[in-house]
Structure formats: structure tokens, C-alpha cells
Ligand binder design. Structure first.
Ligand SMILES: [Zn+2]
Length: 320
């Protein structure tokens, strides 16, 4: 049975980008008699707020996009992430990184031509080769640190891997494009990457639906699944909803928040239509034109044939 999920963070109000993501997850599950689940990604306690968590449930209910099961919260799952990190530590595939952001910037500048990943220069690996004695001493002294994956060692351990995206087809996993990614942050036993992989397996997700911006991260997630002996889902990286200027919607785009649209008099059907979601395209298993999945957001819309009809309307209540 197909099981999908919608996984928002309660750091702001749901906007049309979230609505579209929920439509894709719910649409793909419902088409095939599967289940659609909700996961609240609230590990970043500094940015998450209970009122946004409550607003997610209320907005989804208003839109008719409530999940088929009770929602999960990542804040209640820290032990599971700690266990996964323990396993990677025991396998010698992660190392503590004591670098501050400023130190990493300086190191990259000193190297001159540091390799770049999808989000900028990669971590230069400073702490990977730290003397084991010094590493022990600094850990014992309680020096602040995150945990990074030794991606070269991990990829060598796992061997060649591939994964399947429903729109882009079979992919050879190239986790090295993200460098030695952070798997546990200074203040948390996990990072986004580790938590998502652990939770998708624990929630029985068979089809991970999410935006194209996360396409590169999937290479790393596939590697983590192999290292942790987790089942491998399929993926559906969907197009991103963009504003009139072609920019991806962000939390600050209150004009496109579900609440703002509702207050302006739109009904749920209006709001659902504003995303341009198409049952036969966005929720189809094998759309006619497979995409590479990593092209920039503005290109995604015409490729899906949704044309300008699906473009979010101009803000009803605000200028500009
Ligand atoms: Zn470091």
C-alpha cells in the first residue's frame, strides 16, 4: 500500500506552497487507495511555535486535507534519532566537528577553490583529520560540536546505490555532492537529514513527496538508509509554487498564507485551485514528460503544462 506524508515545520503559517505539497501527498495516496500522513517537523525549538502547529491542523481541516492518521511530532522522537546517530558513531562513519561558522568561512577562503555543493561551498573537512587524542580531549572538555558524516567513508561502505524519482526516473546516488553533511547539530541529537530518514522509515512511508529543492538531499538520504538498514521508499519531487516574480514562496509571504486568503473571503475550493494542482499531472505516477527535478523553480511551472492559470493570484489585501 502506498503511504505518503506532508511534513511542514511550525515556524510560520501555511501558504500556497504548503497547500500544493499537501495536495500532492494526499492526491497520490488517495488515487491509489493508500494513506496520507502528517509529520510536524519541530526539532528546531528556537523557531517553532505552538500557535503555528495549531494553525497547521486548523488550515488543513478547513482545506479538507486532514491526514488519515494522528500526526507525528519530531520533538517526541529524539531518542530514535540518538539511536541512529549511535549506530553511525559505532560504525566510525561520523566525526565531531568543532568549527564555528566563522572558522569554516576562513578555512574555505584560505583554500581558495573549495568544492561547491547545491547550497554553496562545502565544508572543507577540517575536523575529519583531527588527531584522535585531540578529538577525545575536546569532547571530554565539553567543547561545542556537531556531528558530520564522513561521506567518502560512508559511500565506500555502502557501495553503489541508486534511487527512483517518479518524475525524473532512476538516479545514481551521488551523496558526495553535499560533502560531509551535518547529521546532528550542536544543540540537538539530529539534523533535518537524519530525522527525515529515520521518520520516513518509522512511519512506513513508501513514497516521499516533497519539493524539487530537496532533490540533491535525496542522494544523502539514500546513503543514510543503506547505512541504517532502512527500507527504501520511492520519491516524487514536485515543482515549487512561485510568486509573480518567479521566486519560491517563503514564510514571510503572508499575502499567500491560507489565513490571509480565507480572511479575504476565499473559500477552500478557491484556495485549492490557486496552486494549479492537477490530479492528472501533479499526482500522476508517470507523467508524460519526466524532468531532471533540479531545475530552478520558475521553470517548473510551464514544464508541467499548468500554464499561467495555476499562478497564485496577486495578494488580495496588500499592495505590491
Ligand atoms: Zn570542523
Amino acid at each position: 500500500m502506498i503511504v505518503t506524508r506532508f511534513a511542514p515545520s511550525p515556524t510560520g503559517l501555511l501558504h500556497l506552497g504548503h497547500v500544493f505539497a499537501a495536495q500532492v501527498a494526499a492526491g497520490l495516496a488517495r488515487r491509489q487507495g493508500g494513506r496520507y500522513r502528517l509529520r510536524i517537523e519541530d526539532i528546531d525549538q528556537g523557531r517553532c511555535r505552538p500557535e503555528f502547529d495549531a494553525a497547521i491542523a486548523e488550515d488543513l481541516a478547513w482545506l479538507g486535507l486532514m491526514p488519515d492518521d494522528a500526526p507525528w511530532r519530531q520533538s517526541a522522537r529524539l531518542d530514535a534519532y540518538r539511536d541512529a546517530l549511535d549506530r553511525l558513531q559505532a560504525a566510525g562513519l561520523v566525526y565531531p566537528c568543532f568549527c564555528t561558522r566563522a572558522e569554516i568561512r576562513r578555512e574555505i577562503a584560505a583554500i581558495g577553490a573549495a568544492p561547491h555543493g547545491p547550497d554553496g561551498p562545502l565544508y572543507p573537512g577540517t575536523c575529519r583529520s583531527l588527531d584522535p587524542g585531540e578529538r577525545r580531549e575536546r569532547l571530554a572538555a565539553g567543547a561545542p560540536h556537531c556531528w558530520r558524516l564522513d561521506v567518502a567513508a560512508a559511500a565506500a561502505r555502502a557501495g553503489p546505490l541508486d534511487w527512483h524519482d517518479q518524475r525524473a526516473g532512476r538516479q545514481r546516488a551521488t551523496p558526495e555532492i553535499l560533502g560531509d553533511a551535518v547529521l546532528a547539530r550542536r544543540d540537538s541529537p539530529t539534523s533535518y537529514h537524519l530525522a527525515v530518514v529515520v521518520d520516513d522509515a518509522a512511519q512506513g512511508i513508501t513514497l516521499v513527496t516533497r519539493g524539487e529543492d530537496l532533490f540533491p538531499a535525496t542522494h544523502l538520504h539514500r546513503l543514510l538508509q543503506a547505512l541504517l538498514d532502512l527500507p527504501v521508499p520511492a520519491w516524487h519531487h514536485h515543482r515549487l509554487i512561485v510568486d509573480d516574480a518567479g521566486r519560491r514562496l517563503a514564510k514571510r509571504d503572508d499575502a499567500r498564507a491560507v489565513r490571509t486568503l480565507r480572511a479575504a473571503g476565499h473559500d477552500p475550493a478557491d484556495v485549492l485551485a490557486m496552486t494549479g494542482f492537477q490530479e492528472d499531472g501533479d499526482a500522476a505516477i508517470a507523467p508524460p514528460s519526466a524532468s531532471p527535478g533540479i531545475s530552478p523553480a520558475p521553470g517548473a511551472r510551464p514544464r508541467d503544462g499548468a500554464s499561467h492559470a495555476g499562478r497564485p493570484p496577486r495578494p488580495p489585501a496588500r499592495a505590491g
